[in-house]
Design a protein around this ligand. Sequence first.
Ligand code: HEC
Length: 196
Amino acid sequence: MKSSTLFSTLALSLVGVFGCRGEVSEDPPVTLIRNMHNQPKYKAQAGSKYFADGRTMRPSLDGTVSQEAYMSDEDIATGRTADDLDYVREIPKKVAESFGGSSAMLSRGKERFGIYCAPCHGLVGDGNGVVAQRGLTGVASLHQDRIRQGADGQLYATIANGVRRMPGYAAQIPVNDRWAVVAYVRALELSQVSAK
Ligand code: HEC
């Protein structure tokens, strides 16, 4: 057999073995010369034995300041008074100004509430949203006296940090929008006072 024939027969059978397996596979393709095709890496949310806490996604270091979300006003950022002894009683004026007035803040809050809160708490905040109807029990009504009479800052902090079984929404709802949602919840509460 001529060496060129031998070579092409060999090449063809290689293609036969590795190329046309005809099945879908999750495995990476066979790469004879790997170059830099496959490199070790961590996938989001995956575990790792390398770090003591077993997480591949590293938490930010203490004292890290976010460039995008830097807030000079602690009370606006946290919902707590400057001495950190109590919650801010009312929505800080600066926030309403940043929306160009309370009315604009309220419409923004209505929109955000519809997206982020209504699925569980319902469009009127009675705790009977679709998720509750489909089985999530214990969704709080926002018309309880305790919440109605509570400080705006506490409602803000609930949105930011979550409470008991409710997750925090800090990652989805930026600071000013959280206050806008607070404003809208207050309006909803007023609208339902007699209904409770
Ligand atoms: C995934 C469903 C879900 C979503 C979305 C949700 N909540 Fe909740 N929320 C709950 C549940 C469940 C509770 C009751 C938590 C508990 O007592 O364990 C709760 C409780 C609350 C409370 C009562 C806190 C207290 O002091 O008892 C407030 C206020 C509240 N939510 C506001 C909001 C606002 C505002 C939003 C939108 C930004 C929101 N929630 C989005 C499920 C949700």
